[in-house]
Design a protein around this ligand. Structure first.
Ligand SMILES: *[C@@H]1O[C@H](CO)[C@@H](O)[C@H](O)[C@H]1NC(C)=O
Ligand SMILES: *[C@@H]1O[C@H](CO)[C@@H](O)[C@H](O)[C@H]1NC(C)=O
Ligand SMILES: *[C@@H]1O[C@H](CO)[C@@H](O)[C@H](O)[C@H]1NC(C)=O
Ligand SMILES: *[C@@H]1O[C@H](CO)[C@@H](O)[C@H](O)[C@H]1NC(C)=O
Ligand SMILES: *[C@@H]1O[C@H](CO)[C@@H](O)[C@H](O)[C@H]1NC(C)=O
Length: 316
């Protein structure tokens, strides 16, 4: 009798928030099943801890509970330092016990793993993370330009999902946590939010700076009466104008001295490569190749030229 009480006491002391964890796990599983299901993309799970062993056990317990709830409906892979595939994962589920753990994790990982157009769900496994911890987590995400990201955790017994919208009416690169979902309020109001939507669909007039050099007819510098701003026309320049109108950003240009330059380790590149690498510009564009560096997935674009060849008809 005595021993069974001791055992119960130990179990209770080791799992002070089992009920809260259960709700957190359930919400995570629901978000995953709503947004992370794909016929051939797996979900990559990664985790880090900066605190004591208790935090590790709590985190592990949470992961196990979520996997049990998923019941094999998703293909899940653990982060591996020697990945078997070259392509980065699109779906990321990351467990940390706080912002320090995320800092450590990102320092150890190869950032090539983090596909900027991918979906990210960050789970803070310790309850009651302070506000500045959430701020710091979001700042990390924005540093890597991961905008399709939500952060979920428990606070005061409520399961909360926070996110950020970098471009909002009247705000550019606005990295402020916004409450997207509160499980407790859901019980009174059944409207679930859209956890992942295209947050770069409308830049709300924010300015993007492009780097380029003149390469006719792809990029043609337009002579401007005032030399305050460079204007770029030509095939590629016009294409960017269309994009700017569609996505509602204001476009300005910066000339790359030294044209393409050389891509070398950070700090030693030259020309446009240097501007792009050091994020001196938001994107770089030039004939044949077009790279979007900062705000969208890397796009490779090749100019297609049509010409009439009498002997073989129309060729590409
Ligand atoms: C979540 O909802 C509950 C119930 O409405 C409320 O008491 C709590 O303050 C909410 N939490 C946040 C962070 O809004
Ligand atoms: C329910 O939640 C949605 C989304 O958060 C909100 O727009 C709506 O006003 C809420 N309705 C009620 C009755 O609280
Ligand atoms: C583009 O952004 C501006 C500035 O925020 C806004 O006034 C305008 O309505 C937006 N246009 C569209 C089509 O959303
Ligand atoms: C163009 O730039 C030059 C050198 O920076 C400056 O002296 C000149 O006043 C500028 N012209 C106009 C029209 O802004
Ligand atoms: C950058 O260039 C300098 C001078 O050539 C060289 O000493 C340094 O090792 C280079 N750095 C890297 C990271 O390649």
């Amino acid at each position: 009798m005595f021993w069974s009480h001791v055992l119960v006491a130990i179990l209770l002391s080791h799992h002070p928030s089992t009920a809260d964890n259960e709700q957190l796990a359930q919400t995570v599983a629901q978000i995953l099943l709503q947004h992370f299901v794909h016929p051939f993309e797996a979900v990559q799970i990664d985790q880090a801890i900066s605190n004591q062993a208790a935090a590790f056990h709590r985190q592990q317990d949470l992961i196990d509970t979520i996997l049990r709830m998923l019941g094999g409906r998703l293909v899940v892979r653990r982060y591996s330092t020697r990945p078997t595939i070259v392509e980065p994962y699109f779906f990321h589920l990351i467990f940390v016990d706080g912002d320090e753990a995320l800092t450590r994790l990102l320092a150890e990982r190869n950032i090539i793993n983090y596909e900027t157009s991918g979906l990210y769900l960050l789970v803070i496994s310790e309850p009651e993370p302070p506000d500045q911890s959430i701020d710091s987590v979001l700042a990390h995400l924005w540093n890597l330009h991961l905008v399709n990201a939500n952060v979920i955790f428990n606070r005061n017994g409520h399961v909360l999902v926070y996110t950020y919208f970098p471009f909002r009416e009247g705000h550019c690169e606005h990295i402020k946590p916004e409450l997207l979902f509160n499980l407790t309020t859901l019980q009174e109001n059944f409207t679930r939010p859209t956890f992942y939507c295209n947050r770069l669909r409308n830049f709300h007039g924010c300015a993007l700076l492009g780097g380029t050099f003149e390469a006719k007819p792809y990029t043609i510098y337009r002579s401007t009466t005032s030399n305050a701003t460079l204007q770029v026309g030509g095939f590629e320049g016009d294409l960017m104008q269309v994009l700017a109108r569609q996505l509602n950003f204001s476009l300005s240009w910066k000339n790359a001295p030294g044209q393409w330059g050389f891509a070398r380790p950070l700090g030693n590149s030259t020309g446009l490569m240097k501007m792009a690498q050091e994020e001196d510009v938001d994107f770089a564009i030039v004939y044949k190749k077009m790279y979007f560096i900062s705000l969208s997935p890397h796009v490779y674009h090749q100019c297609v030229v049509l010409f009439d060849d009498n002997s073989r008809g129309m060729n590409r």
